[in-house]
Unconditional design. Structure first.
Length: 496
């Protein structure tokens, strides 16, 4: 490492002098929703009160931003191999993070940072979430120095027993704009739709809570509307167009100019239009390798990849900052990533399929019972009278019946010498790869109603999240678990 970098970061550093301005704008953005509440006095005629509250809130945010900037300092202790942070005004916090605990160092640049030519440093650890560090505003030269230091930390943290990748030569690939458009138009339909519907109902509830007539006016319009086939078709097409447009815009903005560069033992990933994110990925830190593909993506020969690293949260949740997403990969690009991370092929596999009872349970609880409830609503509430509601219930029953069958058919568990691979999904079929030695614990459970059928459930814990499979042969699960745990106990490789 450059001696000048060691000398520079051996003493405490502060963020860029303009960092307080960046912190101020970020605080404004995070609290933007709260400004809505400051407008309600103005809506009811008290404009001066709204202006007073608005100015006071801004001054308070600016004061806290400057205090946060002024009392934050950091340095690298290269002799003790630790990163040191001192922060806080009334409640002072001193952090000392050993290099081997540093999960990854991300270098990000959002729109505000770009205006001031600054960068944000995110340092994630595999320990408690309290040891995670965000350095909100550093200069470009400091960000470049952090890249150099991150490379050195990765080299120090790699175990000598870790398998070498199949290829050590430099390689890279890019996700072009055309592929991002394909990805945006073929993914996240249900997720985006649920967010739009949830946001709509939240907004109406907020207006109703403050006794504004706009919400009731919309409800009256919905009740009095003549729901002809033409209107219903237009509404459906409008919803589909909104979902597709939302997915397209968010995908392009988030992953614009996606580039992955592989060199030696690390993978550097950089992407983003408004917020540029740079991630340095080490294969040893990877806990789960997930691929997701739906029918449309299969036709276009693309798939999405999510790489889960060791999370700083409790094992039952996943820290999203420890995830690396690769949108719209070709099969060749997916193989390049897989070879780089694992350095070996999956090999011959044993395949387990769930019992038919899985389909029956899903059909009963997620199709038949909700459909019955919708029919009861139709019979007892005047607003839902009419043949349109019966048509809706029938459509729901058919769709959920098909979904329950797809969930059953797409579920499978694959076991090879080095990997466990779980597959599941209705529309988006997700396959999760986990190496045996990175499994932290596993639990087999057998409810009393499963005993006569020799069925059971398996729950696998890793530092990157959980894998749960249900309604499989209990005897086979026990044999598989015993073999996997034996491999875990006899392995001398570190899980991160």
């Amino acid at each position: 490492m450059d001696p000048l970098i060691i000398q520079k970061f051996a003493v405490f550093q502060k963020q860029s002098a303009i960092g307080s301005v960046v912190l101020f704008f970020q605080s404004l953005r995070k609290n933007s929703f709260n400004f809505i509440y400051l407008l309600f006095p103005a809506i009811k005629g008290n404009v001066k009160i709204s202006i007073f509250l608005f100015l006071g809130f801004i001054i308070l945010i600016a004061l806290f931003a400057y205090i946060k900037y002024y009392y934050f300092k950091y340095r690298f202790d290269f002799e003790k191999s630790a990163f040191i942070v001192h922060k806080g005004f009334l409640e002072k916090t001193n952090l000392s993070i050993p290099f081997e605990k540093i999960q990854q160092i991300n270098i990000n640049q959002n729109l505000i940072h770009k205006l001031f030519n600054l960068y944000e440093i995110q340092m994630d650890t595999a320990g408690s979430s309290s040891t995670e560090v965000d350095i909100k505003a550093v200069s470009k030269s400091a960000a470049n120095d952090f890249k150099v230091i991150a490379e050195e930390i990765k080299k120090l943290s790699l175990s000598a027993t870790h398998s070498e990748p199949l290829s050590k030569t430099e390689a890279s690939f890019e996700i072009n704009l055309k592929t991002l458009i394909k990805t945006g138009l073929t993914t996240r339909y249900f997720e985006t739709l649920s967010l739009i519907v949830g946001g709509l109902f939240l907004g109406l509830q907020l207006l109703d809570d403050y006794e504004l007539s706009f919400a009731s006016d919309l409800t009256d319009i919905a009740k009095k509307a003549d729901y002809s086939y033409g209107l219903i078709t237009c509404l459906v097409l409008g919803v589909i167009a909104t979902v597709l447009l939302t997915n397209l815009i968010t995908t392009v903005i988030k992953f614009y100019k996606y580039k992955a560069r592989r060199s030696s033992k690390n993978l550097e990933i950089k992407y983003g239009l408004i917020k540029t994110k740079s991630v340095l990925l080490s294969p040893q830190k990877v806990q789960q390798f997930k691929t997701t593909q739906n029918w449309f993506q299969k036709l276009l020969n693309i798939l999405d990849i999510k790489i889960n690293q060791a999370s700083s949260e409790v094992s039952s949740t996943i820290d999203v900052r420890s995830n690396v997403k690769v949108p719209g990969c070709t099969l060749a690009q997916k193989q390049v990533l897989f070879d780089f991370i694992y350095g070996k092929a999956v090999g011959e596999e044993i395949i387990l399929k769930p019992n038919l009872r899985k389909f029956i349970i899903n059909f009963m609880f997620f199709s038949l019972l909700p459909s019955t409830g919708l029919l009861l609503v139709h019979l007892n509430i005047d607003f839902f009278k009419g043949h349109y509601w019966r048509l809706l219930v029938l459509s729901f029953l058919i769709v959920t019946l098909y979904a329950a069958w797809r969930f059953y058919k797409n579920s499978a568990l694959f076991i090879s010498k080095n990997f466990i691979r779980s597959q599941s999904g209705f529309w988006d079929v997700t396959t999760t790869h986990v190496e045996h030695y990175k499994i932290q614990s596993a639990i087999i459970s057998q409810p009393i109603w499963y005993k006569n059928s020799d069925l059971g459930d398996l729950l696998i814990f890793t530092a990157g999240g959980q894998i749960r499979v249900r309604t499989y042969n209990y005897t086979a699960l026990k044999l598989i678990l015993n073999n996997v745990l034996y491999n875990v106990e006899t392995s001398k490789r570190k899980w991160m």
